[in-house]
Design a protein around this ligand. Structure first.
Ligand code: NAD
Length: 484
Protein backbone atom coordinates (compact mmCIF):
# COMPACT_ATOMS: atom_id res chain seq x y z
CA UNK A 1 0.00 0.00 0.00
CA UNK A 2 1.31 3.37 -1.13
CA UNK A 3 0.97 5.33 2.08
CA UNK A 4 0.56 2.86 4.95
CA UNK A 5 1.87 4.48 8.16
CA UNK A 6 3.78 2.49 10.78
CA UNK A 7 0.56 2.29 12.81
CA UNK A 8 -2.78 4.09 13.12
CA UNK A 9 -2.12 6.19 16.23
CA UNK A 10 0.76 8.09 17.81
CA UNK A 11 0.62 8.09 21.60
CA UNK A 12 3.22 8.98 24.24
CA UNK A 13 6.02 9.33 21.73
CA UNK A 14 5.44 6.19 19.65
CA UNK A 15 3.27 4.61 16.99
CA UNK A 16 0.54 2.39 18.44
CA UNK A 17 -1.86 -0.08 16.81
CA UNK A 18 -4.98 -1.79 18.07
CA UNK A 19 -6.61 -3.84 15.32
CA UNK A 20 -9.74 -4.22 17.47
CA UNK A 21 -10.75 -0.69 16.39
CA UNK A 22 -13.12 -0.11 13.45
CA UNK A 23 -11.37 -0.42 10.06
CA UNK A 24 -10.79 2.85 8.17
CA UNK A 25 -9.70 2.74 4.51
CA UNK A 26 -7.73 5.70 3.18
CA UNK A 27 -8.44 6.35 -0.49
CA UNK A 28 -6.47 8.31 -3.12
CA UNK A 29 -9.33 10.38 -4.54
CA UNK A 30 -7.81 10.60 -8.03
CA UNK A 31 -8.09 6.85 -8.63
CA UNK A 32 -10.19 5.36 -5.83
CA UNK A 33 -7.20 3.19 -4.83
CA UNK A 34 -6.90 2.19 -1.16
CA UNK A 35 -3.53 3.61 -0.05
CA UNK A 36 -3.67 2.74 3.67
CA UNK A 37 -5.83 0.86 6.15
CA UNK A 38 -6.12 2.18 9.70
CA UNK A 39 -8.17 1.37 12.77
CA UNK A 40 -10.23 3.71 14.93
CA UNK A 41 -9.03 4.19 18.49
CA UNK A 42 -10.56 1.89 21.07
CA UNK A 43 -11.62 3.31 24.47
CA UNK A 44 -8.39 1.92 25.98
CA UNK A 45 -6.27 3.86 23.49
CA UNK A 46 -8.28 7.06 23.97
CA UNK A 47 -7.64 6.68 27.69
CA UNK A 48 -3.89 6.17 27.14
CA UNK A 49 -3.70 9.22 24.90
CA UNK A 50 -5.43 11.48 27.42
CA UNK A 51 -3.51 10.07 30.41
CA UNK A 52 -0.12 10.57 28.77
CA UNK A 53 -1.12 14.07 27.63
CA UNK A 54 -2.15 15.03 31.18
CA UNK A 55 1.09 13.66 32.62
CA UNK A 56 3.31 15.39 30.06
CA UNK A 57 1.45 18.70 30.29
CA UNK A 58 1.99 19.04 34.04
CA UNK A 59 5.75 19.24 33.45
CA UNK A 60 5.62 21.19 30.15
CA UNK A 61 3.69 23.99 31.87
CA UNK A 62 6.73 24.62 34.09
CA UNK A 63 9.14 25.10 31.17
CA UNK A 64 10.49 28.51 30.22
CA UNK A 65 8.62 29.69 27.12
CA UNK A 66 11.89 30.22 25.19
CA UNK A 67 12.83 26.59 25.82
CA UNK A 68 9.46 25.41 24.49
CA UNK A 69 9.84 27.75 21.53
CA UNK A 70 13.25 26.34 20.57
CA UNK A 71 11.75 22.87 20.06
CA UNK A 72 8.86 24.24 18.02
CA UNK A 73 11.17 26.28 15.79
CA UNK A 74 13.18 23.14 15.10
CA UNK A 75 9.96 21.35 14.13
CA UNK A 76 9.07 24.18 11.73
CA UNK A 77 12.50 23.91 10.09
CA UNK A 78 12.12 20.14 9.72
CA UNK A 79 8.72 20.57 8.08
CA UNK A 80 10.23 22.99 5.55
CA UNK A 81 13.14 20.61 4.85
CA UNK A 82 10.74 17.72 4.25
CA UNK A 83 8.10 19.72 2.42
CA UNK A 84 8.33 17.83 -0.93
CA UNK A 85 7.76 14.45 0.73
CA UNK A 86 5.04 15.82 3.06
CA UNK A 87 3.26 17.57 0.18
CA UNK A 88 3.17 14.31 -1.78
CA UNK A 89 1.57 12.53 1.19
CA UNK A 90 -0.96 15.37 1.54
CA UNK A 91 -1.81 14.99 -2.14
CA UNK A 92 -2.34 11.24 -1.75
CA UNK A 93 -4.49 11.81 1.36
CA UNK A 94 -6.65 14.65 -0.02
CA UNK A 95 -6.38 14.55 -3.83
CA UNK A 96 -5.31 18.21 -3.90
CA UNK A 97 -2.72 18.92 -6.61
CA UNK A 98 0.97 19.18 -5.80
CA UNK A 99 0.82 22.74 -7.17
CA UNK A 100 -1.19 23.54 -4.02
CA UNK A 101 0.15 21.16 -1.39
CA UNK A 102 3.75 22.22 -2.08
CA UNK A 103 2.99 25.87 -1.29
CA UNK A 104 -0.15 26.00 0.86
CA UNK A 105 -0.58 23.16 3.33
CA UNK A 106 2.54 22.24 5.31
CA UNK A 107 4.25 25.60 4.57
CA UNK A 108 1.35 27.38 6.29
CA UNK A 109 1.57 24.87 9.12
CA UNK A 110 5.30 25.58 9.52
CA UNK A 111 4.54 29.32 9.57
CA UNK A 112 2.07 28.79 12.44
CA UNK A 113 4.55 26.75 14.48
CA UNK A 114 7.29 29.34 13.94
CA UNK A 115 4.92 32.23 14.68
CA UNK A 116 3.64 30.85 17.99
CA UNK A 117 7.16 29.81 18.99
CA UNK A 118 8.11 33.48 18.59
CA UNK A 119 5.00 34.80 20.29
CA UNK A 120 4.89 32.55 23.36
CA UNK A 121 7.85 34.12 25.23
CA UNK A 122 6.27 37.57 24.82
CA UNK A 123 3.00 36.61 26.55
CA UNK A 124 3.00 38.37 29.94
CA UNK A 125 0.54 39.32 32.65
CA UNK A 126 -0.18 42.74 34.13
CA UNK A 127 0.32 44.49 37.43
CA UNK A 128 -2.63 46.40 38.87
CA UNK A 129 -1.76 48.92 41.59
CA UNK A 130 -4.22 49.24 44.50
CA UNK A 131 -2.39 51.79 46.63
CA UNK A 132 -0.47 49.70 49.16
CA UNK A 133 -1.71 46.32 47.89
CA UNK A 134 -1.58 45.19 44.28
CA UNK A 135 -2.77 42.47 41.94
CA UNK A 136 -0.72 40.73 39.28
CA UNK A 137 -2.06 38.38 36.64
CA UNK A 138 -0.61 35.20 35.21
CA UNK A 139 -1.53 33.78 31.81
CA UNK A 140 -1.61 30.06 32.45
CA UNK A 141 -2.08 27.17 30.03
CA UNK A 142 -5.49 25.48 29.98
CA UNK A 143 -4.22 21.90 30.29
CA UNK A 144 -5.09 19.08 27.88
CA UNK A 145 -6.66 20.40 24.68
CA UNK A 146 -8.44 18.28 22.08
CA UNK A 147 -8.14 19.16 18.40
CA UNK A 148 -10.62 17.70 15.89
CA UNK A 149 -9.88 18.26 12.21
CA UNK A 150 -11.74 18.49 8.90
CA UNK A 151 -10.50 16.79 5.71
CA UNK A 152 -9.86 19.77 3.48
CA UNK A 153 -6.60 21.07 5.03
CA UNK A 154 -5.72 18.17 7.35
CA UNK A 155 -2.07 18.93 8.06
CA UNK A 156 -2.49 22.70 8.15
CA UNK A 157 -5.34 22.27 10.66
CA UNK A 158 -3.21 19.97 12.85
CA UNK A 159 -0.45 22.62 12.86
CA UNK A 160 -2.76 25.62 13.35
CA UNK A 161 -4.26 23.96 16.45
CA UNK A 162 -1.16 22.38 17.99
CA UNK A 163 1.15 25.39 17.48
CA UNK A 164 -0.55 27.81 19.91
CA UNK A 165 -1.58 24.98 22.23
CA UNK A 166 1.96 23.66 22.67
CA UNK A 167 3.75 27.01 22.59
CA UNK A 168 1.59 28.26 25.46
CA UNK A 169 2.19 25.22 27.67
CA UNK A 170 -0.74 22.91 26.85
CA UNK A 171 -0.82 19.33 25.55
CA UNK A 172 -2.97 18.31 22.59
CA UNK A 173 -4.73 15.09 21.64
CA UNK A 174 -5.58 15.46 17.96
CA UNK A 175 -8.17 13.48 16.02
CA UNK A 176 -7.84 13.97 12.28
CA UNK A 177 -10.79 13.53 9.94
CA UNK A 178 -11.30 9.83 9.22
CA UNK A 179 -11.15 10.78 5.51
CA UNK A 180 -7.60 12.22 5.71
CA UNK A 181 -5.80 10.70 8.69
CA UNK A 182 -2.17 10.58 7.46
CA UNK A 183 -0.59 14.04 7.81
CA UNK A 184 -1.14 14.43 11.56
CA UNK A 185 0.88 11.25 12.20
CA UNK A 186 3.84 12.83 10.38
CA UNK A 187 3.47 15.95 12.51
CA UNK A 188 3.60 13.82 15.67
CA UNK A 189 6.79 12.12 14.39
CA UNK A 190 8.39 15.47 13.57
CA UNK A 191 7.57 16.97 16.97
CA UNK A 192 9.25 14.01 18.71
CA UNK A 193 12.32 14.27 16.46
CA UNK A 194 12.49 17.99 17.21
CA UNK A 195 12.68 17.20 20.93
CA UNK A 196 9.09 17.61 22.13
CA UNK A 197 8.55 15.49 25.26
CA UNK A 198 6.44 12.37 24.66
CA UNK A 199 2.71 12.68 25.30
CA UNK A 200 2.38 16.39 24.48
CA UNK A 201 1.03 15.77 20.97
CA UNK A 202 -0.89 12.54 20.55
CA UNK A 203 -2.85 11.49 17.47
CA UNK A 204 -5.82 9.14 17.69
CA UNK A 205 -7.85 8.09 14.68
CA UNK A 206 -11.57 7.56 14.36
CA UNK A 207 -14.92 8.85 13.25
CA UNK A 208 -17.44 10.99 15.16
CA UNK A 209 -17.71 8.72 18.23
CA UNK A 210 -13.96 8.97 18.91
CA UNK A 211 -14.23 12.78 18.66
CA UNK A 212 -17.24 12.70 20.98
CA UNK A 213 -15.40 10.54 23.53
CA UNK A 214 -12.52 13.04 23.56
CA UNK A 215 -14.78 16.09 23.79
CA UNK A 216 -16.61 14.75 26.85
CA UNK A 217 -13.68 13.41 28.88
CA UNK A 218 -13.24 15.01 32.30
CA UNK A 219 -9.48 15.46 31.74
CA UNK A 220 -10.04 17.77 28.77
CA UNK A 221 -9.95 21.55 29.29
CA UNK A 222 -10.62 22.69 25.73
CA UNK A 223 -11.99 21.43 22.43
CA UNK A 224 -11.02 23.04 19.13
CA UNK A 225 -13.01 21.79 16.15
CA UNK A 226 -12.71 22.53 12.47
CA UNK A 227 -15.74 21.10 10.72
CA UNK A 228 -19.26 21.68 9.52
CA UNK A 229 -21.95 23.65 11.37
CA UNK A 230 -24.02 20.54 12.28
CA UNK A 231 -20.95 18.85 13.83
CA UNK A 232 -20.03 22.13 15.52
CA UNK A 233 -23.39 22.29 17.26
CA UNK A 234 -22.93 18.76 18.64
CA UNK A 235 -19.33 19.26 19.77
CA UNK A 236 -20.09 22.67 21.30
CA UNK A 237 -23.00 21.15 23.27
CA UNK A 238 -20.84 18.22 24.44
CA UNK A 239 -18.09 20.61 25.56
CA UNK A 240 -20.63 22.85 27.31
CA UNK A 241 -21.75 19.97 29.53
CA UNK A 242 -18.25 20.00 31.06
CA UNK A 243 -17.92 23.83 30.90
CA UNK A 244 -14.92 23.42 28.60
CA UNK A 245 -13.31 26.12 26.49
CA UNK A 246 -14.06 25.86 22.77
CA UNK A 247 -12.86 27.13 19.45
CA UNK A 248 -15.31 26.36 16.63
CA UNK A 249 -14.08 26.84 13.05
CA UNK A 250 -17.17 25.97 11.03
CA UNK A 251 -18.65 26.34 7.56
CA UNK A 252 -19.60 29.33 5.45
CA UNK A 253 -21.49 30.72 2.46
CA UNK A 254 -19.40 33.82 2.10
CA UNK A 255 -20.18 36.79 -0.16
CA UNK A 256 -17.66 38.27 -2.58
CA UNK A 257 -18.96 41.67 -3.77
CA UNK A 258 -17.67 43.12 -7.04
CA UNK A 259 -18.57 46.78 -7.72
CA UNK A 260 -18.56 47.99 -11.30
CA UNK A 261 -15.47 50.19 -10.79
CA UNK A 262 -13.34 47.16 -9.85
CA UNK A 263 -10.60 45.68 -12.05
CA UNK A 264 -12.53 42.92 -13.81
CA UNK A 265 -9.47 40.73 -14.30
CA UNK A 266 -8.51 41.00 -10.60
CA UNK A 267 -12.06 40.32 -9.45
CA UNK A 268 -12.37 37.32 -11.77
CA UNK A 269 -9.03 35.97 -10.52
CA UNK A 270 -10.16 36.36 -6.91
CA UNK A 271 -13.54 34.75 -7.58
CA UNK A 272 -11.77 31.79 -9.19
CA UNK A 273 -9.32 31.50 -6.26
CA UNK A 274 -12.28 31.76 -3.89
CA UNK A 275 -14.24 28.97 -5.60
CA UNK A 276 -11.86 26.64 -7.40
CA UNK A 277 -8.76 26.38 -5.17
CA UNK A 278 -8.67 22.92 -3.55
CA UNK A 279 -11.50 22.02 -5.95
CA UNK A 280 -13.71 24.42 -3.98
CA UNK A 281 -13.22 22.63 -0.67
CA UNK A 282 -12.27 25.71 1.35
CA UNK A 283 -14.39 26.92 4.27
CA UNK A 284 -13.90 30.64 3.58
CA UNK A 285 -14.72 30.42 -0.13
CA UNK A 286 -16.65 33.34 -1.62
CA UNK A 287 -19.36 31.13 -3.04
CA UNK A 288 -21.91 33.93 -3.50
CA UNK A 289 -20.30 36.28 -6.01
CA UNK A 290 -22.40 39.47 -6.17
CA UNK A 291 -21.57 41.35 -9.40
CA UNK A 292 -22.90 44.86 -10.02
CA UNK A 293 -25.06 44.94 -13.13
CA UNK A 294 -22.84 47.34 -15.13
CA UNK A 295 -20.00 44.80 -15.43
CA UNK A 296 -21.96 41.54 -15.33
CA UNK A 297 -21.43 40.64 -19.01
CA UNK A 298 -17.71 41.49 -19.03
CA UNK A 299 -17.22 39.62 -15.75
CA UNK A 300 -18.97 36.46 -16.93
CA UNK A 301 -17.19 36.47 -20.31
CA UNK A 302 -13.74 36.70 -18.70
CA UNK A 303 -14.69 34.16 -16.04
CA UNK A 304 -15.83 31.62 -18.63
CA UNK A 305 -12.64 31.93 -20.70
CA UNK A 306 -10.34 31.60 -17.70
CA UNK A 307 -12.35 28.80 -16.01
CA UNK A 308 -12.23 26.69 -19.16
CA UNK A 309 -8.42 26.86 -19.17
CA UNK A 310 -8.08 25.23 -15.72
CA UNK A 311 -6.08 22.01 -16.05
CA UNK A 312 -7.83 19.09 -14.34
CA UNK A 313 -5.87 15.90 -13.90
CA UNK A 314 -3.63 13.67 -11.85
CA UNK A 315 -2.86 15.72 -8.73
CA UNK A 316 0.63 14.18 -8.60
CA UNK A 317 1.40 15.73 -12.01
CA UNK A 318 3.12 19.10 -11.60
CA UNK A 319 1.06 20.59 -14.46
CA UNK A 320 -2.31 19.83 -12.81
CA UNK A 321 -4.19 22.82 -11.42
CA UNK A 322 -7.29 21.10 -10.07
CA UNK A 323 -7.60 17.63 -8.61
CA UNK A 324 -10.62 15.55 -7.61
CA UNK A 325 -12.93 16.04 -4.65
CA UNK A 326 -11.89 14.24 -1.51
CA UNK A 327 -14.36 11.33 -1.61
CA UNK A 328 -17.15 9.60 -3.51
CA UNK A 329 -19.63 10.95 -0.95
CA UNK A 330 -18.46 14.52 -1.59
CA UNK A 331 -18.69 13.95 -5.36
CA UNK A 332 -22.32 12.81 -5.03
CA UNK A 333 -23.16 15.76 -2.81
CA UNK A 334 -21.65 18.32 -5.20
CA UNK A 335 -23.26 16.76 -8.29
CA UNK A 336 -26.64 16.86 -6.56
CA UNK A 337 -26.20 20.60 -5.84
CA UNK A 338 -25.42 21.12 -9.54
CA UNK A 339 -28.66 19.31 -10.47
CA UNK A 340 -30.65 21.38 -7.98
CA UNK A 341 -29.19 24.63 -9.37
CA UNK A 342 -30.25 23.63 -12.90
CA UNK A 343 -33.73 22.64 -11.72
CA UNK A 344 -34.19 25.88 -9.79
CA UNK A 345 -33.44 27.92 -12.90
CA UNK A 346 -29.85 29.17 -12.56
CA UNK A 347 -28.01 29.73 -15.89
CA UNK A 348 -25.04 27.38 -16.42
CA UNK A 349 -22.11 29.40 -17.81
CA UNK A 350 -19.50 26.65 -17.83
CA UNK A 351 -18.82 23.19 -16.40
CA UNK A 352 -21.64 21.31 -14.72
CA UNK A 353 -20.32 17.81 -15.33
CA UNK A 354 -17.91 15.30 -13.91
CA UNK A 355 -14.32 15.64 -15.01
CA UNK A 356 -13.49 12.82 -17.41
CA UNK A 357 -9.71 12.72 -17.10
CA UNK A 358 -9.61 9.88 -14.57
CA UNK A 359 -11.79 7.43 -12.68
CA UNK A 360 -11.49 9.62 -9.59
CA UNK A 361 -13.93 12.02 -7.97
CA UNK A 362 -13.48 14.92 -10.41
CA UNK A 363 -15.96 17.75 -11.04
CA UNK A 364 -15.45 20.42 -13.72
CA UNK A 365 -15.03 24.01 -12.56
CA UNK A 366 -18.65 25.16 -12.69
CA UNK A 367 -20.22 28.63 -12.84
CA UNK A 368 -23.91 29.44 -12.54
CA UNK A 369 -25.21 32.98 -13.25
CA UNK A 370 -28.62 34.55 -12.55
CA UNK A 371 -28.61 32.91 -9.13
CA UNK A 372 -31.18 34.44 -6.79
CA UNK A 373 -31.04 34.69 -3.00
CA UNK A 374 -33.68 32.02 -2.41
CA UNK A 375 -32.01 29.31 -4.53
CA UNK A 376 -30.41 26.39 -2.71
CA UNK A 377 -27.09 27.26 -4.36
CA UNK A 378 -27.14 30.66 -2.64
CA UNK A 379 -28.08 29.29 0.78
CA UNK A 380 -26.21 26.03 1.44
CA UNK A 381 -22.50 25.22 1.63
CA UNK A 382 -21.64 23.02 -1.39
CA UNK A 383 -17.90 22.48 -0.76
CA UNK A 384 -17.01 21.86 -4.40
CA UNK A 385 -15.94 23.88 -7.46
CA UNK A 386 -19.35 25.49 -8.00
CA UNK A 387 -19.58 29.29 -8.17
CA UNK A 388 -22.88 31.16 -7.89
CA UNK A 389 -22.98 34.60 -9.54
CA UNK A 390 -25.75 36.95 -8.38
CA UNK A 391 -26.58 40.42 -9.78
CA UNK A 392 -27.01 43.57 -7.71
CA UNK A 393 -27.81 47.26 -8.29
CA UNK A 394 -26.52 49.28 -5.32
CA UNK A 395 -24.47 49.26 -2.15
CA UNK A 396 -27.21 49.18 0.50
CA UNK A 397 -29.01 46.38 -1.30
CA UNK A 398 -25.92 44.19 -1.65
CA UNK A 399 -24.90 44.63 1.99
CA UNK A 400 -28.34 43.52 3.19
CA UNK A 401 -28.35 40.53 0.84
CA UNK A 402 -24.76 39.55 1.68
CA UNK A 403 -25.68 39.47 5.39
CA UNK A 404 -28.89 37.51 4.85
CA UNK A 405 -27.41 34.14 5.82
CA UNK A 406 -26.93 32.10 8.98
CA UNK A 407 -23.19 31.91 8.24
CA UNK A 408 -20.55 34.58 8.89
CA UNK A 409 -17.13 33.16 8.16
CA UNK A 410 -15.68 35.47 5.50
CA UNK A 411 -16.48 38.19 2.94
CA UNK A 412 -14.71 40.16 0.22
CA UNK A 413 -15.14 43.47 -1.60
CA UNK A 414 -13.66 44.53 -4.94
CA UNK A 415 -13.81 48.24 -5.78
CA UNK A 416 -11.51 51.08 -6.82
CA UNK A 417 -13.25 53.34 -4.27
CA UNK A 418 -11.39 52.66 -1.04
CA UNK A 419 -13.74 54.72 1.12
CA UNK A 420 -16.56 52.51 -0.10
CA UNK A 421 -14.47 49.38 0.49
CA UNK A 422 -13.94 50.23 4.16
CA UNK A 423 -17.57 51.35 4.58
CA UNK A 424 -18.91 48.09 3.14
CA UNK A 425 -16.49 45.82 5.02
CA UNK A 426 -17.50 47.60 8.21
CA UNK A 427 -21.09 46.46 7.71
CA UNK A 428 -20.47 42.87 6.59
CA UNK A 429 -21.21 40.21 9.21
CA UNK A 430 -18.08 38.07 8.88
CA UNK A 431 -15.05 37.18 10.99
CA UNK A 432 -12.52 37.53 8.16
CA UNK A 433 -12.80 40.04 5.29
CA UNK A 434 -10.70 41.07 2.32
CA UNK A 435 -10.50 44.26 0.26
CA UNK A 436 -9.31 43.73 -3.33
CA UNK A 437 -8.01 40.27 -2.40
CA UNK A 438 -9.57 36.95 -1.44
CA UNK A 439 -8.78 33.87 0.66
CA UNK A 440 -5.36 34.94 1.86
CA UNK A 441 -4.98 33.67 5.43
CA UNK A 442 -1.53 34.59 6.77
CA UNK A 443 -0.84 33.18 10.23
CA UNK A 444 -0.32 36.71 11.56
CA UNK A 445 -4.03 37.52 11.03
CA UNK A 446 -6.78 36.18 13.32
CA UNK A 447 -9.09 33.79 11.47
CA UNK A 448 -12.58 32.63 12.44
CA UNK A 449 -16.28 33.16 12.07
CA UNK A 450 -19.28 34.99 13.50
CA UNK A 451 -22.91 33.80 13.66
CA UNK A 452 -23.17 30.04 12.92
CA UNK A 453 -19.66 29.97 11.40
CA UNK A 454 -17.94 29.75 14.73
CA UNK A 455 -16.63 30.90 18.06
CA UNK A 456 -13.08 31.99 18.88
CA UNK A 457 -10.16 32.76 16.59
CA UNK A 458 -7.17 30.84 15.32
CA UNK A 459 -3.84 32.50 14.48
CA UNK A 460 -2.55 35.96 15.32
CA UNK A 461 -2.27 37.36 18.85
CA UNK A 462 -5.99 36.59 19.21
CA UNK A 463 -5.27 32.87 19.57
CA UNK A 464 -3.35 33.46 22.82
CA UNK A 465 -6.52 34.12 24.77
CA UNK A 466 -8.03 30.88 23.46
CA UNK A 467 -5.18 28.70 24.75
CA UNK A 468 -4.52 30.41 28.09
CA UNK A 469 -6.52 31.53 31.09
CA UNK A 470 -5.91 34.43 33.44
CA UNK A 471 -5.14 33.95 37.12
CA UNK A 472 -5.36 37.03 39.34
CA UNK A 473 -3.05 37.15 42.34
CA UNK A 474 -3.99 39.66 45.05
CA UNK A 475 -1.00 40.62 47.19
CA UNK A 476 -1.75 42.05 50.60
CA UNK A 477 1.13 44.30 51.79
CA UNK A 478 -0.03 45.25 55.25
CA UNK A 479 -1.92 44.08 58.29
CA UNK A 480 -5.24 42.37 57.59
CA UNK A 481 -8.02 44.81 58.45
CA UNK A 482 -10.66 42.40 59.91
CA UNK A 483 -13.83 43.76 61.58
CA UNK A 484 -13.87 40.92 64.13
P1 NAD B 1 -17.39 17.31 9.60
O1 NAD B 1 -18.16 18.26 10.42
O2 NAD B 1 -18.09 16.21 8.93
O3 NAD B 1 -16.23 16.61 10.47
C1 NAD B 1 -15.26 17.37 11.15
C2 NAD B 1 -14.60 16.50 12.20
O4 NAD B 1 -15.52 16.27 13.26
C3 NAD B 1 -14.15 15.12 11.71
O5 NAD B 1 -12.92 14.82 12.29
C4 NAD B 1 -15.24 14.20 12.26
O6 NAD B 1 -14.82 12.89 12.48
C5 NAD B 1 -15.54 14.89 13.58
N1 NAD B 1 -16.86 14.59 14.17
C6 NAD B 1 -18.00 14.26 13.53
N2 NAD B 1 -19.00 14.10 14.43
C7 NAD B 1 -18.49 14.34 15.66
C8 NAD B 1 -19.01 14.36 16.98
N3 NAD B 1 -20.29 14.09 17.22
N4 NAD B 1 -18.19 14.67 18.01
C9 NAD B 1 -16.89 14.97 17.79
N5 NAD B 1 -16.32 14.97 16.54
C10 NAD B 1 -17.11 14.66 15.49
O7 NAD B 1 -16.59 18.24 8.56
P2 NAD B 1 -15.76 17.78 7.27
O8 NAD B 1 -16.74 17.28 6.27
O9 NAD B 1 -14.60 16.95 7.69
O10 NAD B 1 -15.13 19.18 6.77
C11 NAD B 1 -15.80 20.08 5.97
C12 NAD B 1 -16.43 21.17 6.82
O11 NAD B 1 -15.43 21.82 7.61
C13 NAD B 1 -17.06 22.27 5.99
O12 NAD B 1 -18.29 22.64 6.55
C14 NAD B 1 -16.07 23.41 6.11
O13 NAD B 1 -16.61 24.69 5.90
C15 NAD B 1 -15.54 23.23 7.49
N6 NAD B 1 -14.24 23.87 7.63
C16 NAD B 1 -14.13 25.01 8.39
C17 NAD B 1 -12.90 25.66 8.50
C18 NAD B 1 -12.75 26.92 9.32
O14 NAD B 1 -11.63 27.25 9.68
N7 NAD B 1 -13.81 27.64 9.63
C19 NAD B 1 -11.78 25.13 7.86
C20 NAD B 1 -11.92 23.97 7.11
C21 NAD B 1 -13.16 23.35 7.01
Amino acid sequence: MKAQPTASHFIDGAYVEDAAGERIEVIFPATGEVIAVLHAATPALIDRALASAARAQADWATWRPVDRARILRRAADMIRDRNPELARLETLDTGKPLQETLVADWPSGADAIEYFAGLAPTVVGETIPLGRDFVYTLREPLGVCVGIGAWNYPSQIACWKSAPALALGNAMVFKPSEVTPLGALKLAEIFIEAGLPAGLFNVVQGRGPVGAALATDARVAKVSLTGSVPTGRKVYAAAAAGVRHVTMELGGKSPLIVFDDASVEDAVGAAMLGNFYSAGQVCSNGTRVFVQKGIKDRFLAALKVRSEKIVLGDPLDAATQMGPLVSAAQLDKVMSYIDIARTEGATLITGGGRGTVHDGYFVQPTVFADVTDDMTLAREEVFGPVMAVLDFEDEAEVIARANDTEFGLAAGVFTADLARAHRVVGQLQAGTTWINAYNLTPVEAPFGGVKQSGVGRENGHAAVQHYTQVKSVYVGMGPVDAPY
